[in-house]
Design a protein around this ligand. Structure first.
Ligand code: HEC
Ligand code: HEC
Length: 436
């Protein structure tokens, strides 16, 4: 099922015109000129909210299938639940503690803190645009927003309620909810309905309207020169588009796949850890995998916990980069403090390990080029967060002289070799590769 959705998403992304999904797109979707029986009505015939630049009706239709539009009542209920600390064991932690709406739905911490100040292994991603993810979580262990929402409530160190039955009993005991659930779903509270309401709220959190969206829509001056150079580097010498491609057709900045880019490599002996995990993980046991991912050192195995495929060791989902200026610190473990640190990581070719993705190679970017790429990423901030983005840029700029990941010699190919993986991979200076 998950695979099916990925395929659908992939197909549909190919179809974007950025405007409407009309007859042509239908043709492309089905690979034939004849209009198939039972095809969906064109997107423009449906009732959709006003969509910002960068979120086309076609993209919206994928995340919100026709007939599944969230009703205002359901969204309001979902928002209440999202903000309600009573959904945790001790009444101290709501979804909104780790996904703070005013901060762009993140908490600004390297790893999230749940009940009783217990710290997990992973960084809180934003809920903005999560509705467009082909799978949820850094390792994709949940297929849908509904599946996802059910896990943190039950995770012992996040919200910590013992069982779905306990959650339901607790919410049924709160008169305002008992009534609203009756009204919205026509029955007493269930765990599925609770997750559905939260997911409905999340499906209102699409965020486009960044300077980039206006630039790509034809407004030449919507991005400054540094960001424009950064965009060229993103698709050229920086090779970011190998995994984070975006254009008017596919605006997500993510291939929706999983890659080992060498983030956790310095902390772990991946081979031993993976061998141990093979004995422990019960494939398909979502609750067990959730606990291993959030609470244990197996967390660093990433996608491998879900698939047990060797090629998934240390692999994590390529995140969407929209509003990435707001979501520091970065990566699944929050180990990189600023976007300059992220660039330093990529520039030196990541951290070597036997499972490193082939797309990660030293880049030979100069300091000026790194600044341009960071400027470009800050041009992905949605207009409603423009002030916060500016503040965050200033904060990160002030940290620019602390660059623990910077290794200019390695980045320029003047030092080190790629050892066991590919001795003397190329005699060329990687700084010469690319369009600049
Ligand atoms: C204790 C902090 C915490 C709480 C509480 C919490 N989350 Fe999260 N959330 C996280 C972390 C950390 C991750 C990433 C975990 C992982 O990938 O293994 C995450 C992942 C997600 C994702 C996936 C996003 C993506 O890009 O893959 C969504 C959506 C989400 N949370 C929504 C919610 C909702 C809804 C609730 C409440 C029911 C909630 N979260 C409660 C910390 C929290
Ligand atoms: C081989 C695929 C690949 C390439 C190439 C790649 N990325 Fe990534 N990117 C990823 C994956 C996977 C992650 C998450 C890794 C993790 O957390 O372990 C990531 C994470 C990030 C993050 C952190 C986002 C967050 O929310 O924490 C940023 C920023 C980023 N990439 C920017 C870039 C830029 C800029 C480039 C080009 C210089 C680039 N990436 C090249 C796959 C890639």
């Amino acid at each position: 099922m998950r695979g099916g959705r990925n395929v659908l998403l992939g197909l549909a992304l190919l179809l974007f015109t950025g405007v409407t999904l009309g007859a042509d797109a239908d043709t492309a979707r089905h690979g034939t000129a004849e209009k198939p029986q039972g095809s969906q009505p064109p997107a423009q015939a449906r009732e959709v909210p006003k969509l910002p630049a960068g979120v086309s009706p076609a993209l919206y239709a994928i995340a919100v299938p026709p007939g599944a539009e969230p009703s205002p009542e359901k969204v309001t209920l979902g928002q209440q639940l999202f903000n309600d600390k009573r959904l945790s064991a001790d009444g101290t932690i709501a979804c909104a503690n780790c996904h703070v709406p005013d901060k762009g739905f993140v908490d600004g911490k390297p790893q999230a803190d749940g009940i009783n100040q217990q710290r997990g292994q992973r960084n809180s991603p934003t809920v903005l645009n999560a509705m467009f993810n082909a799978s949820q979580f850094w390792d994709g262990r949940a297929a849908t927003l509904e599946d996802q929402a059910k896990l943190p409530i039950l995770n012992p160190i996040e919200m910590g309620i013992k069982s779905p039955e306990d959650v339901v009993a607790k919410v049924r005991g709160l008169p305002e909810y008992a009534e609203t659930f009756q009204k919205v779903f026509g029955r007493a509270v269930t765990y599925d309905d609770l997750a559905a309401a939260i997911a409905a709220f999340e499906r209102t959190q699409f965020a486009g309207d960044a300077p980039f969206d206006h630039f790509i829509g034809g407004e030449e001056n919507a991005m400054d020169d540094a960001a424009k150079r950064g965009w060229a580097l993103f698709n050229g010498k920086g090779r970011c588009n190998a995994c984070h491609a975006a254009n008017a057709v596919s605006p997500l900045f993510s291939d929706q796949k999983f890659h080992n880019i060498g983030i956790a490599a310095h902390k772990q002996n991946f081979v031993d850890l993976a061998r141990e995990a093979l004995q422990t993980v019960r494939t398909g046991d979502q609750k067990q995998i959730d606990e291993l991912a959030i609470q244990t050192r197996f967390s660093e195995l990433g996608r491998f916990l879900v698939t047990k495929n060797e090629s998934d060791v240390g692999a994590f989902k390529t995140p969407n980069l929209r509003n990435v200026g707001l979501t520091a610190p970065y990566m699944h473990d929050g180990s990189l403090a600023t976007l300059w640190d992220v660039m330093d990581h990529y520039n030196k070719g990541g951290i070597q390990n036997p499972f490193l993705d082939g797309g990660i190679q030293r880049l030979g970017l100069t300091e000026a080029e790194i600044d341009d790429l960071v400027a470009f990423m800050f041009a992905l901030t949605s207009s409603q967060f423009a002030d916060l983005g500016q503040k965050e840029l200033t904060r990160q700029q002030a940290l620019k002289d602390q660059r623990p990941e910077r290794d200019t010699e390695a980045a320029m190919g003047k030092k080190g070799n790629f050892g066991d993986l590919a001795p003397n991979p190329d005699k060329m200076n990687p700084a010469d590769i690319g369009v600049f």
